[in-house]
Design a protein around this ligand. Structure first.
Ligand code: UDP
Length: 325
């Protein structure tokens, strides 16, 4: 097996920590670069750690000139759609300009393989469902725009500099490693599954359902939840594809199953055996009714298959983590 030096930017975050664990298990040498603005140093499962930001050009030059880096994986981004509307420059700055700085440094040091965490937010309001990769790209928030612009920058960088990349458009990442040692921890938390499990755990009184009048069978929003370790295995497949010479591509990453907010709450109630009081609230601005991925392209091209197909398994793994934090 090829033992690779992999720079994982944002390795202390939710997906980053799971990625690091898988890279080590696959025999690679991960080096995490994280500014700890939202990440957790104590959850990093191993490998080298460098504290710093992608805006720090001198630091990037030092990292890239002190050792051979085979692949760069980029997880470091702000992820709150609502916040990106309130504070757009935070998103254009870090998510877009910061990534441009990182790519520039890679090009200066002839590093040509890049795996990018993109998002379903690049599509905007769905025109049909499930969404495939040829769906029009009309992001409705600065967050979605920042991800789309990076994808465009990556295509241009391949043409101009031979920098090859795979962008993975995440749908709803969820769940936690089976070990129960790492999991999702945002502060403040805004994601549905962790919030619902906080209610189950008794650290939150109720869960608000944002909108019960959507044109869906139970009136609540439908999303496509994918287990974090299935996301991670897609990244391993992306690394292999880049090593085999793959050119710049973007793939959806989801389970291709639509689950409603009410179904998540019922599943969490069942898995935890605890009551989960609900308050029906107004719609959250900008939420599309249904977001479900067509994932045939990544399955065909990268030979990827999700292992966690049922929402019950996904919520059970998250509960194992939340019940002990
Ligand atoms: N949601 C909800 N109550 C909450 C948080 C989220 O009803 O307290 C809904 C939200 O409107 C969306 C779904 O749960 O339909 C998933 O939201 P989340 O923020 O987890 O992920 P997103 O789909 O926005 O990426």
């Amino acid at each position: 097996m090829n033992r690779l030096n992999i720079l994982v930017v944002g390795g202390c975050g939710y997906i980053g920590t799971h990625m690091i664990k898988a890279l080590i298990a696959s025999g690679h040498r991960p080096i995490t670069l994280d500014n700890l603005s939202t990440g957790h140093r104590d959850l990093l499962p191993g490998g080298d750690f460098i504290e710093g930001a992608i805006e720090n050009t001198a630091l990037l030059d030092k990292i890239f000139s002190s050792r051979r880096i085979d692949v760069v994986m980029h997880f470091a981004a702000f992820i709150e759609v609502g916040e990106s509307v309130q504070d757009p420059l935070k998103y254009y700055g870090n998510n877009f300009s910061g990534t441009a700085n990182l790519l520039n440094a890679m090009i200066r040091h002839d590093i040509e393989r890049f795996v990018f965490s993109s998002s379903a937010a690049v599509y905007g309001e769905p025109q049909y469902t499930p969404i495939d990769e040829s769906h029009p790209l009309n992001p409705t928030s600065p967050y979605g725009e920042s991800k789309l612009w990076v994808e465009k920058m990556l295509t241009a960088c391949e043409r101009a500099h031979g920098l090859r990349s795979i962008a993975l458009r995440y749908f709803n990442a969820a769940g936690a490693d089976e070990s129960g040692e790492i999991g999702e921890q945002h502060d403040p938390e805004s994601h549905l599954i962790p919030l619902v499990l906080e209610v189950a755990r008794g650290t939150r009184d109720h869960i608000k359902i944002f909108g019960v009048d959507y044109p869906t069978p139970d009136g609540t929003c439908i999303r496509d939840y994918i287990h974090v370790n299935d996301l991670v295995s897609a990244h391993l497949a992306a690394i292999d594809a880049l090593l085999d010479g793959a050119g710049s591509k973007a793939y959806n990453l989801g389970n291709s199953q639509g689950i409603s907010v009410r179904e998540i709450i019922e599943t969490a109630q069942h898995v935890s055996g605890r009551p989960i009081p609900v308050v029906e609230d107004l719609r959250r601005p900008g939420d599309p009714a249904v977001l479900v991925a067509a994932s045939a392209k990544i399955k065909n091209d990268l030979n990827w298959q999700p292992r966690f197909e049922s929402i019950e398994e996904i919520v059970r793994s998250a509960w194992k983590w939340h019940a002990k934090t």
